[in-house]
Design a protein around this ligand. Structure first.
Ligand code: NAD
Length: 296
């Protein structure tokens, strides 16, 4: 099966490489020519835009930052829809607003194209290892058809419900991750200001109920002052914006999410938006006037 892949950033590039390794023929495009060249060297075919991708493939995967990028790549000039054949399938693996997912699905359905939303969690290391978690929305029979393809990039692939349900699950994931990182940063800052060694506090609590995948991924980054992304603050702001909009539209209050969103806005105001979301620590360091990171 020939697969199209659009968007070869932090996540898309390793995911596409895993499909190549699994033996799929790939036609790819992204904004950065150097990345297209790298993928061509790895065995993919590189083309200029989504229209060319779709004209050569029955299945097109998108892995783009946000709703507007997906709309642009699919519905915009030289986009997927201009080149797509009736009966072809769009698998959008980006994390976007579920309301926009359904709008894109309706627009492409008019031209006989079908859609699955299949956002992921796990970050760059799991994208490289092919052990992402994928949460899917769309027709169940379409999901069944493409589950084996998704499993080449993931260790967990779960069907959640109709189109948009994958992105609802992803927003739930992002709410939990944001609040969890903030809690870890709050606790380590408190530990430092209380005169203890935050590294030893982390070691002491990580095996108990407070321990979590988030704590083990992010506390070591905070303690070593390493905020290289990973997952950028600006992308998490995008997800929390989508979460707040989606939650408010159905009167489902999300007070903790609102608080962490404001911390992220504070970090953006200080120019930290390109850093990993573990830099939430810097919010606490500033407001508590203490340094948890090692002296530079
Ligand atoms: P990224 O910014 O690194 O990559 C996106 C790529 O898409 C860029 O290379 C950009 O040039 C390209 N692009 C944008 N518009 C395009 C267009 N119209 N046509 C072709 N290429 C285009 O982002 P990422 O970190 O890979 O994230 C992608 C998605 O995955 C986002 O929705 C993000 O929220 C989600 N996600 C990211 C992570 C993570 O840890 N980075 C984890 C889980 C989910």
């Amino acid at each position: 099966m020939k697969i199209g892949f659009i968007g070869l950033g932090i996540m898309g590039k390793p995911m596409a490489k895993n499909l190549l390794k699994a033996g799929y023929e790939l036609v790819v495009t992204t904004h950065k020519q150097a990345t297209i060249d790298e993928m061509v060297a790895a065995g993919a075919k590189g083309v200029a835009n989504g229209k060319e991708v779709a004209s050569q493939c029955e299945v097109v995967i998108t892995m783009l930052p946000n709703s507007l990028n997906v709309k642009d790549a699919v519905l915009g000039p030289n986009g997927v829809l201009e080149g797509a054949k009736p009966g072809s399938v769009l698998i959008d693996m980006s994390s976007i607003d579920p309301v926009e997912t359904r709008k894109i699905g309706a627009a492409i359905a008019e031209k006989g194209m079908e859609m699955i939303d299949a956002p992921v969690s796990g970050g760059e290391p799991k994208a490289i290892d092919g052990t992402l978690s994928v949460m899917c929305g769309g027709k169940k029979e379409l999901f069944d058809e493409f589950e084996p393809l998704l499993k080449q990039m993931a260790s967990s692939v779960v069907y959640v419900g109709p189109l948009g349900a994958g992105n609802v699950a992803k927003l739930a994931n992002q709410i939990v991750v944001a609040c969890n990182i903030a809690a870890v940063a709050e606790a380590l800052t408190f530990a430092k200001k209380a005169g203890t060694d935050p590294e030893l506090v982390y070691k002491a609590i990580r095996g108990g109920l407070a321990g979590s995948t988030v704590m083990d991924a992010k506390a070591p980054m905070m303690l070593s002052g390493n905020f290289k992304p990973g997952f950028r603050i600006e992308l998490h702001i995008k997800d929390l914006t989508n979460a707040l909009n989606a939650a408010h539209s159905i009167s489902s209050p999300v007070p903790l999410t609102g608080q962490v969103m404001e911390m992220m806005q504070f970090l953006k105001a200080y120019g930290h938006q390109k850093e990993d979301h573990s830099s939430l620590l810097k919010f606490y360091e500033k407001v508590a006037d203490v340094s948890v990171e090692p002296e530079k």
